[in-house]
Design a protein around this ligand. Sequence first.
Ligand code: NDP
Length: 331
Amino acid sequence: MKNTRITLAQRPQGMIKTTDFELVKEEVSDPKVGEVLVRQVFMSLDPAMRAWMDDDRDSYIPPVEIGETMRSLGVGVIEQSKHDGFPVGTRVSGFFGWTEYSLSDGSDLTVLPDGVPLEHFIGVLGLPGLTAYHGLMEALGAPEAGNTVLISGAAGAVGSLVGQIAKAEGMRVIGVTGSDEKRRWLLDELGFDAVVNYKTENIAEKVREYAPNGIDFHFENVGGEILKVALDNINENGKIVLCGLISTYNNVGETTGPDLIRVIKKRVTIKGFVIIDQMHRFNEIFEKLGGYLEKGQLKYRLDIVEGLEQAPAAINKLFDGSNQGKLVIRL
Ligand code: NDP
């Protein structure tokens, strides 16, 4: 049986290029005793991958080495097993990488519960769901019902779930996104209270208009101008969670930043987090997300791209904003 996988051929400079990767075709090896062969079904493409491609040895995770299979989280099915704990057909998640098949001794696999569509575990009950729940409700302590919450990257996999959880918890939600189609989805289908299109509107003016009494909680996915606007409008004892700064990920060289002195003046707490630290709490958070899902309070959409070979080009949808929902490869 043949396997296709994609390795990192060189470190991108600025935007990711397809020539930064190499396609490898090889025979699939049979599992040894104590091993399983996993067939990946859905593979997540995440903004963080851009950082994993850089030669940064001082981060929360080592860089992907040149020649190594590109790192990614995915869900799949055990196709062959020589491991008593993992029968054939078991649905699992893990860091399989950009590959169709992978061998595992089981130590890096999470068994997924039955009765839930597999693709849920790449989106609403996967990394984006965990990130949204932890970042809004736990990282700094949850905002209170009635609080005004501002979310950048609001129509994305993480941001759209943050907004819906906030609505389910009784907060007022303002989103920032980059297209009118995404704005309509947030307003009409997800129940956001107000949405700013940062590409066609003045963010500062619109946020002042939609939040005349200021922002109590800001969930940052983007960085740059929106973070400046959030800081300019933050209330005393407000909270800002730095989840991501995607607008900076393709930067080369030095850039100017926001005026962080306001964090001190307003007694604001900013906390960064890495969701991988919370992976051992998967089941606990999964139950909380399941509660919202059962009540019909969470909608999500997947942007499915067909075929592993498309991954090197498709990942740029995250950076030009053309992904509509959680970006995922169907293998
Ligand atoms: P999304 O589905 O949100 O896709 C990325 C979106 O970001 C794009 O669709 C685009 O939306 C927006 N975007 C891209 N470039 C820019 C830019 N220059 N300025 C403004 N907006 C931009 O991805 P995810 O939900 O997976 O990730 C969202 C954020 O969460 C990222 O920053 C990511 O790194 C972070 N994250 C952090 C984790 C953690 O552990 N801390 C875990 C998971 C994600 P639009 O059309 O609105 O511009």
